[in-house]
Design a protein around this ligand. Structure first.
Ligand code: ZN
Length: 140
């Protein structure tokens, strides 16, 4: 009683390791990245303005005690640090976009395994799978 002749869902082993992402997935992530880049660029612009405009917060600049200077300096430092983070993210986005073009997107740079799609949806510019990312976090 073999009525299902060859109807079994094809489960051919894949010859080469790929990210497992379909072209439409790549298209999706590309859009996501471009969108993210757009938003980040705007944010960077705003942050840059804040960081480099004195009195941005409207805090009355009392003539300086040493303490006050420290505080002002600190808040500027924070904006600059944020700015730095955003710039790094932007750079990662650029890299991710070029990985899409090269066909290596969605592959962990550490272990070569495919990165889970759910992870990419949250962090489309990540280079590492969750395992490697965790490992690196615990090392640093
Ligand atoms: Zn990995």
């Amino acid at each position: 009683m073999k009525k299902d002749h060859g109807k079994e869902p094809a489960r051919k082993p894949e010859g080469r390791k790929s990210s497992g992402l379909k072209p439409q997935d790549l298209e999706f992530f590309k859009k996501l990245l471009l969108d993210l880049r757009q938003r980040l660029m705007q944010k960077v612009d705003n942050l840059a303005e804040e960081a480099f405009t004195p009195d941005a917060g409207g805090v009355s600049a009392s003539p300086s005690h040493l303490g006050d200077v420290g505080f002002d300096y600190y808040s500027q430092e924070v904006s600059l640090e944020l700015l730095q983070n955003e710039r790094e993210a932007l750079w990662e986005i650029e890299e991710a976009l070029s990985r899409i073009n090269q066909g290596t997107y969605g592959q962990c740079e550490q272990c070569g395994e495919p990165i889970a799609k759910e992870r990419l949806e949250l962090l489309p510019y990540t280079r590492y799978c969750i395992n490697c990312a965790r490992q690196m976090e615990s090392e640093s």
